[in-house]
Design a protein around this ligand. Structure first.
Ligand SMILES: Nc1nc2c(c(=O)[nH]1)N[C@H]1C(S)=C(S)[C@@H](COP(=O)(O)OP(=O)(O)OC[C@H]3O[C@@H](n4cnc5c(=O)[nH]c(N)nc54)[C@H](O)[C@@H]3O)O[C@H]1N2
Ligand SMILES: Nc1nc2c(c(=O)[nH]1)N[C@H]1C(S)=C(S)[C@@H](COP(=O)(O)OP(=O)(O)OC[C@H]3O[C@@H](n4cnc5c(=O)[nH]c(N)nc54)[C@H](O)[C@@H]3O)O[C@H]1N2
Ligand code: SF4
Ligand code: SF4
Ligand code: FES
Ligand SMILES: [Mo]
Length: 897
């Protein structure tokens, strides 16, 4: 018990004087304090009186009987003085300026440079180099919140304060360096926290009239961050009633379970695409070879009549960028309306091997644990995932745990990724050698006797067989194949085996290989051997890529499984579904996406409907080009005239995540609400409305008229989602399985048993990809890995149409310094990349992050033609293309002047 301004307050010893004042409802300004970061005690604004003494409330713990005074003559005089000193140092704005005027410190009695020589100072103190962040150091009061946010939330360490006393100055690298060239990754955390406007979000500077703020789920990656989207009118449009609303700014939702307010460059800043002039705003129909604007009626009639005409030879590709409701409708239309199981989604080219591998090893093909478990793990095994660039908010969380010494880190990746930089062990393997490396790790776990005997005997099968199988596959024996020194494999195994809560996270470096599914099974083996299931901070956790790829699979956008992973071959399920849908289910088996391309090439598939996927740019060229050219009908429902849409017979203008209602399911099986923040551009329609129209025209009897209705049907359909409804999704969603309306959701799977009973330990032999053997090293001396960089997202259709394009205007191909010397190529030169299947062009980047003999290229820009290089090889169980291993050679390209 203590007193604040005479009022008695209960406290506990972990509180500070500031906490006590706030609990008492007393106003104490605390410029350099923020709950999100460690206390600093720099600004002295929070001074209060106890007895006759002053204390900085933010950094002084409470003590019993303290009698705190927050207002007194002495304090008022002190604050006025401090305020005037702050005015001397800085041209403060924002919340600090408001506080200073409350303190009566409206100007300064002291001589001040920042106010007298603004133009001179502006040159050195104001930085406009970055498309999203502005620095104006004349406004800085040295509270150091930005530094603490950058270090303690993002882990990027961009800032350091240089100098002492009055000359202390915020720095971000070499003096004179423009901010855009600093190590900043534009997460925006510093600008969100800066109280003076010294660091600001350019979006915040816009002259705008805000109309509303809506909470929704980010539509980029599978982390599923919660956004607060501010919408309104800007510039001259502010006064006009008929003006078009746009996104003004996006903040993170402070108390959201997934991201606790943090965001990445895409979620926070890549919203410009939604009002980009390239947006499709009218249906297009190919007439005399040209895509021509037509009415919605004409386009929809054309699509329905021709899809019906070609019944028996149609297929559909759904979109993991779209909502669960839209994905549900899509596969229902395909199955019930068009009588086909030929329905797939981008999971095919992504984590389908994860689903297949985990299903065989564990019985469920989804992440076993929750993102919150990152806080509980004492070791991370990150395999084939460039987490800080592809899942930045998750990457930052992992990095924080490692930097704070709370967890160890093992990274398996042919490149020295940002996480590899802070790893305890980095296993820098040759691309395509996951199988021998993971076998060697299992061998080492057994040899070091780090196996959890109880778990293995009670919950797994086949240990003795596995041990015998692995006998020959020691780290020493596999070293020549993987390129990883045996001692590092032993060290990694001993760390993983000794950890109490080892958590695996994996990405496409595991799956996009010919043995992708099998590599995932071997990851399961490791976790099974050490008993890392069914509790906090462990498990096998695929970092699902697209915002709703988990959901697209849950909804049944795959040929062999219905919504909720129900088996269409099961007679009981069949009759239930047929009753619910009022239509017969097709009896033949459906085709995966690559098989649909095969069927199109041979004329067996004649129509393809593609919702929100740019396969011409993102699927391997050998599969796509010829196949699409043979189709009688290609329909594309898109935001933009993508490379695929350009080839379509019909293009329908859909809407983006900011413009519609529904739900997305993130990579930890969390179903979260998506809320309409603004209207689609005039002429475009919400995707679910388009799909409902098509279904109505195909004669499907139904009463659905809103996303909420659609979700009710999903919940009736899928037992794992039976307890989900929109009301229950407030505020932070639910993690499936949610079998009943009372069930609280399931953050962790497999607590007591696996759905398949005992989990089989898999014996997988390494069968090297044809990409290793068929092509000589002389002809194709480099192994190309393709993947992503932070600023762009997949086809880049959205990020290229925002200022992200300034940060990464081109795709770059990286090779090691030694390879650059070997091929006589220089940083920045234009190169032609040739594989046995095609060619691509990019700018060369020489990078010490990549091993000799390996190359890395992104696929975010259509003019690069990255996927023209890809070969025909697929994962043996899940048909996922081998995007991560292509034999290539490169040479300088002379560009015509
Ligand atoms: N910024 C950004 N974020 C994204 C996306 C984006 O385009 N941009 N896309 C989203 C999507 S759809 C997805 S699926 C995810 C993908 O996220 P990630 O899986 O993290 O992405 P990638 O960059 O494709 O590949 C991951 C890593 O695999 C490594 N790798 C390559 N070959 C091998 C190998 O043989 N073994 C091992 N162990 N590693 C290997 C690569 O070096 C790379 O660092 O990202 C999502 N998030
Ligand atoms: N070389 C190489 N290729 C790869 C990969 C790789 O690692 N290397 N990774 C693969 C992976 S993992 C993936 S997931 C795929 C991704 O490949 P895509 O799915 O083709 O990539 P996105 O850019 O996400 O494309 C989605 C398209 O949908 C549109 N869109 C976005 N939101 C909506 C919406 O709400 N409604 C509608 N109607 N349209 C929308 C966008 O404009 C964009 O054109 O790429 C694969 N391709
Ligand atoms: S935007 Fe993020 S990475 Fe960049 S300086 Fe600010 S906190 Fe650091
Ligand atoms: S981490 Fe993923 S979900 Fe979060 S803001 Fe970035 S792109 Fe969006
Ligand atoms: S808020 Fe306490 S010293 Fe700055
Ligand atoms: Mo993906």
């Amino acid at each position: 018990m203590l007193e604040v301004d005479g009022q008695g307050i209960e406290v506990d010893p972990t509180m500070t004087l500031l906490d006590a004042c706030r609990r008492a409802g007393a106003r104490v300004d605390a410029f350099c304090h923020d709950d999100r970061v460690a206390s600093g005690g720099h600004c002295r604004a929070c001074m209060v009186e106890v007895g006759a003494r002053f204390f900085a409330a933010c950094s002084t713990p409470v003590w019993p009987d303290a009698a705190i005074t927050t207002r007194s003559e002495r304090l008022d005089a002190y604050r006025r003085d401090l305020g005037e000193l702050m005015w001397t140092e800085a041209r403060v704005a924002g919340e600090v300026a408001h506080a200073l005027s409350r303190w009566g410190a409206a100007g300064t009695r002291y001589a001040s440079e920042v106010h007298t020589a603004p133009s001179e100072i502006a040159k050195s103190e104001i930085d406009h180099s970055h498309p999203y962040l502005r620095l104006d150091l004349t406004r800085c009061i040295r509270c150091r919140l930005c530094e603490r946010a950058c270090d303690g939330i993002q882990g990027q360490h961009v800032f350091s304060f240089q100098g002492r006393g009055a000359t202390t100055r915020l720095g971000f690298g070499e003096p004179g360096l423009p901010f855009v060239r600093s190590a900043c990754v534009a997460c925006g955390a510093c600008a969100a926290i800066c109280p003076t406007g010294a660091l600001s979000d350019v979006d915040r500077d816009r002259v705008a009239r805000q109309v509303r703020t809506t909470r929704t789920t980010c539509g980029y990656c599978g982390v599923g961050c919660q956004l607060e989207v501010h919408v309104g009118l800007e510039g001259q449009d502010r006064q006009r009633d008929d003006a078009i609303e746009r996104v003004l700014r996006i903040d993170g939702v402070r108390n959201a379970a997934v991201n606790a307010g943090h965001l990445c460059i895409k979620g926070r800043y890549a919203h410009g695409f939604s009002r980009h002039p390239d947006r499709l705003v009218s249906p297009l129909l190919r007439k005399n070879g040209h895509l021509t604007e037509v009415s919605w009626d004409e386009a929809l009639d054309f699509v329905t009549s021709h899809m019906q005409r070609l019944r028996g030879a149609v297929g559909g590709l759904s979109s993991s960028r779209c909502t669960n409701e839209e994905n549900y409708l899509f596969q229902k239309w395909m199955r019930a309306g068009l009588g086909t199981h030929n329905v797939d989604c981008c999971a095919r080219v992504c984590h389908a091997p994860t689903a297949a591998g985990m299903k065989r090893s564990l019985g469920t093909g989804a992440a076993t644990n929750a993102l919150e478990d990152i806080a509980h793990a004492d070791l991370f095994l990150v395999a084939g995932s460039n987490t800080t660039e592809a899942h930045p908010v998750t990457g930052a969380r992992i990095r924080q745990q490692v930097l704070r010494g709370r967890a160890k880190l093992i990274v398996i990746d042919p490149r020295r990724t940002e996480l590899a930089e802070v790893a305890d062990v980095h296993l820098m393997l040759r691309p395509g050698t996951n199988v021998p490396l993971l076998n060697a790790l299992a061998h080492a776990l057994i040899a070091l006797e780090l196996v959890d005997r109880d778990f293995v005997s009670s919950r797994t099968d086949g240990f003795d067989e596995l041990a015998a199988f692995l006998e020959d596959l020691s780290p020493e024996r596999t070293e020549a194949t993987t390129g990883v020194p045996a001692r590092l494999v032993w060290r990694a195994a001993s760390l993983y085996g000794q950890a109490r809560r080892p958590m695996q996270l994996h990405g496409l470096g595991m799956t996009e290989h010919v043995q992708g599914s099998e590599s995932v099974m071997l990851l399961c083996n490791l976790a099974l051997l050490v008993g890392a299931f069914g509790r906090e901070g462990v498990g096998v956790n695929p970092l699902r890529g697209q915002n709703n790829v988990q959901g697209a699979a849950d909804m049944g956008c795959q040929p062999d499984l219905l919504t909720g992973y129900l088996d269409p071959q099961d007679p009981v399920i069949r009759s239930r579904v047929e009753r619910l849908w009022g239509a017969p289910l097709p009896t033949h088996r459906g085709l995966t996406l690559p098989r649909m391309y095969d069927a199109a090439r041979t004329g067996k598939l004649r129509a393809l409907y593609i919702l929100g996927e740019d396969v011409v740019q993102t699927d391997p060229g050998v599969h796509v080009d010829e196949a699409l050219a043979r189709l009688e009908l290609l329909v594309v429902q898109e935001l933009f005239l993508s490379e695929t849409a350009k080839r379509a017979h019909v293009v329908l203008p859909g809407s983006a995540f900011l413009e519609k209602d529904g739900t997305f399911t993130n990579g930890e099986r969390r179903v979260q609400r998506v809320r309409k923040c603004l209207e689609p551009p005039a002429g475009a329609r919400e995707d679910w409305r388009i799909l409902l129209e098509l279904m109505a025209r195909s004669g499907i009897r139904q009463t659905l008229s809103s996303p909420q209705d659609i979700y009710r049907e999903i919940a009736i359909f899928a037992p794992i989602l039976a307890g989900v409804n929109y009301e229950r999704l407030e505020p932070d969603g639910l993690q499936w399985p949610v079998p009943t309306p009372e069930h609280a959701g399931t953050p962790r799977l497999h607590t007591a048993a696996f759905p398949i009973g005992r989990a089989p330990l898999m014996r997988v032999r390494f069968t090297p990809s044809p990409s290793f053997g068929f092509f000589s090293e002389e002809d194709f001396p480099l192994k190309l890995v393709t993947g992503r960089v932070l600023p762009h997202y997949n086809s880049g259709s959205m990020t290229r149409r925002s200022a992200h394009a300034d940060l990464a205007p081109r795709d770059a191909m990286s090779i090691s310094p030694r390879d650059a010397a070997r091929f006589n190529l220089e940083e920045g030169s234009e190169v032609l990349i040739e594989s046995p299947w095609g060619e691509a062009k990019a700018r060369l980047e020489v990078s010490a992050r990549i091993a000799d003999g390996t190359a890395f290229l992104t696929f975010h820009h259509p003019e690069t033609h990255t996927n023209a290089l890809m070969g025909p090889y697929l994962d043996g169980l899940a048909d996922c293309p081998e995007y991560k291993l292509t034999p290539v050679r490169i040479r300088a390209r002379s560009i015509a002047p």
